[in-house]
Design a binder for this molecule. Sequence first.
Ligand SMILES: Cc1cc2nc3c(=O)[nH]c(=O)nc-3n(C[C@H](O)[C@H](O)[C@H](O)COP(=O)(O)OP(=O)(O)OC[C@H]3O[C@@H](n4cnc5c(N)ncnc54)[C@H](O)[C@@H]3O)c2cc1C
Length: 101
Amino acid sequence: MNATEDWDLVIVGAGPAGSSAATAALRAAPTARVLMLDTADFPRDKVCGDGVAPHAMDVLAGLGIAVTELSADTEPVTVTRDHLGYPVPTAQDRPPTWEPP
Ligand SMILES: Cc1cc2nc3c(=O)[nH]c(=O)nc-3n(C[C@H](O)[C@H](O)[C@H](O)COP(=O)(O)OP(=O)(O)OC[C@H]3O[C@@H](n4cnc5c(N)ncnc54)[C@H](O)[C@@H]3O)c2cc1C
């Protein structure tokens, strides 16, 4: 990479937020020159519960990611109010912008 190259979009941080932003940008403008910068080497290790919430799956699907294929070998976990302390709407009831309280 040449530091003087021109980029249409430079994203600092290649975590879920940066990766989603880059994906969305390239879906909107496939010929855009997008640069992602991160201080970490990838794949990076990260403390994680290894769960993906249903509304996050919706966001990934909206970005064109084949979530059905990605989750093919996984088992869904039913999360109840008892687990989290708040009601979790079903996929049918969940508004697209629902966030955990
Ligand atoms: C213990 C724990 C468990 C979790 N478990 C889950 C889970 O099971 N499921 C789930 O969906 N979420 C989970 N999360 C939440 C999830 O990790 C965050 O919501 C998510 O990582 C946030 O993404 P992000 O892109 O905003 O930030 P980050 O993932 O933090 O990414 C930011 C990136 O920016 C880079 N960066 C920072 N500063 C600079 C810089 N100056 N220059 C260049 N690069 C930089 C970092 O290296 C990093 O790669 C968990 C969080 C924690 C703490």
